[in-house]
Design a protein around this ligand. Structure first.
Ligand code: ADP
Length: 710
């Protein structure tokens, strides 16, 4: 099928032809035959790099030309930006939905394509964004994540709610290969397209004792000089290729990059430049290691790195300067960085309770699928490393020849159900218990097996929990959300978190550390694992500061929350990132993740406090500002000025200027010497207005200076 035959706008056709895209790939052609342009629902479960984005883009552009509006759901924020870039500049208006969870973002309604994560879409539904009703085409990227442990429930409910609101909406699901695509297709009322076709040939094999064993053939490496995992790298590099190496932990990723750097010893100006950029972006020990490895052509990549360092690594790899990246498996799904050879060195993962387990086949396939750059590599290779001879056959069986796992609905889980049922009720999707059941009967969960009895029971139990928590009220047959329930749902909180916050606020005297710890205990907060070496400072807290804590417990989460709250406390005490990383053994990216998570929870807790426990309203406002900016309390008056972040505020404070009035009283040249002319002028103007009004510092949106973002 030729591009010029497609019923898409001319400008798009021409853009494709300019990029050398003249003919559809076979799975793309199958989607067209199945009714892609006739508004039929499609589920394309096809390998990475087989052109899924193009399928969606053609359908969206046709839909827009006919007056429609499209929503494109992705699993990660980073992917949202990537897709936003992909779709922009092609005569359609593209918007990206980011921002706080309790906003409607009505401005997004003016775009033709809106790119959003599933969580953001969920919160837009809860906040009743009007434009959602005009979505006529929904694309769900990585739709197999419906089966994902932590986020699958949200994705499922988002799809179900959008379908409920817009019954005529076309749905296109894009997915990796999975075990049971038929059942997902059935739920979606979609034509199923499955294929093993790939634009670059993929060879999958197992390395053992100097040779890669493929089905039927083997390839001997030159006389091995180093360890297996380095020999495989050198072999690829000698042939002009690059490698991605998947290992099981951050520490292993860093260690591999270090060894690879020593082996590769590449030098170039471009690498020196990249290393400088990284050293500047991440001044922690881990950042220094990365910069050092990158100087010699090797890098590692994991969620502990700040975003700027990660982008530098990705860019260096795409340009061919960096020859190998070692990475943790969690990044396999998000990282769009194809390489000639993918080495899957660690195919087991430690899980609490059960120890080391093989990774899912689905995950193996996503890693292997990164092998081979279309139009650049003659072929791609995915190689597992066997430790013993007898592992060779086993690895073929367990991964290469194994079918991918079935995906299952996550909506049977208690926490998923309580959050989503509350949202159904407060957003008006269901106003009686029967309507709740009726809605859930159309879920993927209910479609998977005959679960009615269990489903009914779970719904009943969950509704009872929500009623007891004061989030919903029953009146005859009717159910409606209370003020507390509606607020919880709009704030995008797990009802359990909202309860913990409300109870905590009523329990004891407010302390910043107690509140941080409470938030770190909620199911909505990410927590650090506790290492053996952490126990001493956790013990110290329990001995010396337990009266500050709002909760009592002896669970592992409780101790992990102490560690996480301590990291947050150091952040709001202006301790440098380097020192925090060193003391707690975490990465700069982890601190950013904690801060980002806490910002949202502090905002939510502030709203709950305002409505239900106004006694510590001002303490909560101050703490929210401190978390947002990473400052001690003494800097708050300065922080309220636009353009002043933690660094500039500290500089002013240390020179004796402690508030807007102090700024007005200071000599202008002194302020200029601290802040530079432009910022000084802006700040003095504001301070002048402020001191004229003598108002309390407000919460104007600040100009970002040095606050981490993720
Ligand atoms: P996927 O989303 O399936 O991983 P992408 O949509 O990102 O794959 O496509 C991978 C690459 O293939 C992109 O660079 C894209 O431009 C290119 N591509 C897609 N379809 C075609 C085609 N029919 N002919 C040539 N190149 C194509």
């Amino acid at each position: 099928m030729k591009i010029h035959e497609m019923p898409i706008p001319n400008h798009l056709r021409e853009a494709y032809l300019r990029n050398g895209i003249e003919e559809l790939y076979p799975p793309q052609a199958e989607c067209v035959t199945a009714g892609l342009f006739d508004r039929k629902n499609i589920l394309a479960a096809i390998p990475t790099a087989s052109g899924k984005t193009l399928i969606a883009e053609m359908a969206m552009q046709k839909e827009i030309a006919e007056g429609g509006k499209c929503l494109y759901i992705v699993p990660l924020k980073a992917l949202a930006s990537e897709k936003y870039e992909d779709f922009s500049g092609k005569s359609v208006k593209v918007g990206i939905a980011t921002g706080d969870p309790d906003q409607r973002d009505e401005y997004l309604g003016r775009y033709d394509i809106i790119v959003a994560t599933s969580e953001k879409t969920d919160s837009l539904i809860r906040n009743k964004a009007g434009w959602l009703k005009s979505i006529s085409l929904l694309v769900v990227d990585e739709i197999h994540l419906i089966g994902d442990d932590s986020r699958g429930g949200t994705l499922e409910m988002v799809i179900a709610q959008l379908r409920f609101q817009n019954p005529n909406m076309q749905i296109i699901g894009l997915s990796a290969t999975m075990g049971n695509p038929e059942s997902l297709a059935k739920w979606l009322d979609a034509a199923l397209i499955t294929s093993e076709w790939r634009p670059v040939d993929l060879r999958e094999g197992v390395y053992y004792n100097g040779a890669i064993h493929f089905h039927g053939t083997e390839r001997l490496l030159e006389t091995p000089k180093k360890d297996d995992d380095l020999n495989l790298l050198l072999d690829t590099v000698n042939e002009g290729g690059q490698c991605l190496v998947f290992v099981s932990s951050r520490r292993s990723a860093e260690a591999y990059a270090k060894r690879a750097a020593v082996t590769l010893k590449k030098t170039s100006d471009a690498l020196d430049e990249l290393a400088k950029r990284i050293a500047k972006a991440d001044t922690t020990a881990s950042g220094k290691n990365l910069a050092l490895a990158v100087k010699s052509g090797a890098a590692f990549h994991h969620a502990g790195l700040p975003r700027e360092a990660r982008s530098a690594v990705e860019e260096g790899f795409r340009n061919g300067d960096i020859l190998c990246i070692s990475s943790t498996p969690t990044l396999a799904a998000g990282l769009n960085l194809p390489a000639r050879r993918v080495i899957i060195r660690d195919y087991q993962r430690y899980e609490r309770g059960t120890g080391m387990n093989p990774i899912p086949v689905l995950e193996y396939r996503q890693m292997a699928g990164r092998a081979g750059r279309p139009r650049l590599d003659p072929y791609g290779e995915a190689v597992l490393i066997a430790k013993e001879q007898r592992d060779v056959d086993r690895l073929f069986e367990e991964f290469i020849d194994a079918p991918a796992e079935d995906i299952t609905s996550q909506c049977q889980k208690e926490n998923e159900l309580r959050s989503h049922l509350l949202a159904l009720i407060t957003s008006g999707f269901a106003q009686t218990a029967d309507e709740v059941r009726g809605f859930m009967e159309k879920s993927f969960y209910a479609s998977q097996k005959s679960v009615h009895r269990r489903l009914d029971k779970n719904i009943e139990k969950t509704l009872a929990y929500l009623e007891k928590s004061g989030m919903i009220e029953k009146e005859g047959d009717g159910i409606h959300g209370t003020l507390f329930g509606a607020l919880t749902s709009r704030l995008y909180l797990d009802p359990e978190s909202a309860m913990m916050i409300k109870d905590g606020l009523a329990a004891k005297n407010f302390t910043a550390f107690g509140m941080l710890h409470l938030l770190c205990m909620t199911p909505d907060m990410f927590r650090f694992y506790l290492k053996a070496s952490d126990e001493k400072f956790v013990d110290k807290i329990l001995k010396e500061r337990s009266d500050e804590l709002l909760l009592e417990d002896i669970s592992e989460e409780f101790f992990a929350a102490i560690k996480t709250a301590l990291v947050a406390e150091e952040w709001i005490s202006e301790i440098s990132e380097d020192s925090i990383c060193e003391r707690f053994g975490v990465g700069a990216g982890d601190i950013h993740a904690v801060v980002e998570n806490l910002r949202w929870l502090m905002h939510a807790a502030g709203r709950i406090c305002h409505e239900f426990a106004s006694c510590c309203d001002s303490e909560m406002q101050d703490l929210e500002l401190r978390v947002n900016h990473g400052v001690k309390e003494e800097l708050l008056p300065l922080i309220s000025l636009k353009g002043i972040g933690r660094v500039r505020a500290r500089r002013l404070f240390d020179r004796g200027i402690t508030n807007p009035e102090g700024l007005m009283a200071a000599e202008e040249h002194e302020v200029v010497s601290i802040l530079g002319a432009t910022i000084a002028q802006k700040v003095l103007e504001q301070a002048g207005r402020r001191s004229a009004k003598k108002s309390r510092p407000d919460r104007e949106e600040e100009e970002r200076e040095d606050v981490p973002t993720e």
